[in-house]
Design a protein around this ligand. Structure first.
Ligand code: NAD
Length: 259
């Protein structure tokens, strides 16, 4: 099988892996790097389509459907993935966003229920999944790692997306605590924080007006997010934990300096 072999023999669950953009790129990259992959998504057809594609290319893949907002369904994804793959080495959490779920409005205009929705699909489920998979990793006794897809809004201002930014900030905090508490068990957690990532039909596709603000002069790609994810999931990153890799073409470090 062609691929980088970085994840040979590893078993990965990608929650939100049926996605049209970053999620799909991640399952493709994990499989191409040698991992057996469980693809979980609320859209069962998307998960199945992703798995069919991977199997047709000769990879090991299983489809799981479920909604991360519900505790039991999340539990089923993790237990189901471990059963089908014979254990689990990597959890990737992809589900997230604000405008795909609730309107983008200024903070004082945000409804309570919308804040809760954004929190549910960006941080609450990740914290639950992390707690569950930590127990699994400890039982297996062979370490493991978690990669969460974050955003620059987690450490920059997030105008009209305050809930999103606050939740993404929480991912990085979780990763730091996992690092401190479980590094000695061989368990790691890191975040891949995207800037403006262009995906074919992604829900949060950036628009052209952002372009002049990006020093790299272009949007990032789902494949670049996936490559960072594979690196963090691989043994090459075994000393990397509690970190956030930022893929933003320089946006977050660009100062307001005149030419
Ligand atoms: N696109 C960007 O510009 C950008 C930038 C930075 C970070 N991100 C992050 O990347 C991640 C992926 O975003 P994307 O818009 O590219 O999506 P994507 O195309 O990768 O798809 C995400 C998948 O999640 C699934 N999903 C949605 N709600 C779910 C639920 N409740 N339970 C289970 N599955 C569910 C969807 O069906 C979809 O298949 C998000 O965490 C987002 O915050 C995106």
């Amino acid at each position: 099988m062609a691929g980088s072999s970085r994840l040979d023999g590893k078993r990965a669950l990608v929650i939100g892996g049926g996605g049209a953009g970053i999620g799909r790129a991640i399952v493709r990259a994990c499989a191409a790097a040698g991992a057996g992959v469980a693809v979980a998504d609320v859209d069962a057809a998307r998960a199945t389509e992703a798995v069919d594609e991977l199997r047709a290319a000769g990879h090991t893949a299983h489809a799981l459907s479920g909604d991360v907002r519900f505790r039991e369904q999340l539990e089923d994804m993790i237990v189901g993935a471990a059963e089908r793959l014979g254990g689990l080495d990597t959890l990737v959490t992809v589900v997230g966003g604000q405008v795909a779920f609730v309107p983008a409005v200024k903070l004082h205009e945000m409804e309570d229920e919308d804040w809760d929705t954004v929190y549910d699909v960006n941080l609450r489920y990740v914290a639950r999944a992390v707690r569950r998979v930590l127990r699994l990793f400890l039982e297996q006794g062979i370490g493991g790692n978690i990669v969460s897809i974050g955003s620059v809004t987690g450490f920059m201002a997030a105008p009209k997306q305050a809930g999103y930014g606050a939740a993404k900030a929480g991912l990085y905090s979780l990763a730091r605590t996992v690092a401190a508490e479980y590094a000695a068990d061989g368990i790691r957690m890191n975040v891949v924080a995207g800037g403006a990532i262009s995906t074919a039909v992604g829900n949060t596709n950036p628009t052209g007006e952002w372009l002049p603000e990006i020093p790299a002069g272009r949007f990032g790609t789902a494949e670049e997010m996936a490559a960072a994810t594979v690196y963090l999931a691989s043994d090459e990153a075994r000393y990397v934990t509690g970190q956030q890799i930022v893929l933003d073409g320089g946006v977050s470090v660009r100062g307001p300096f005149p030419e």
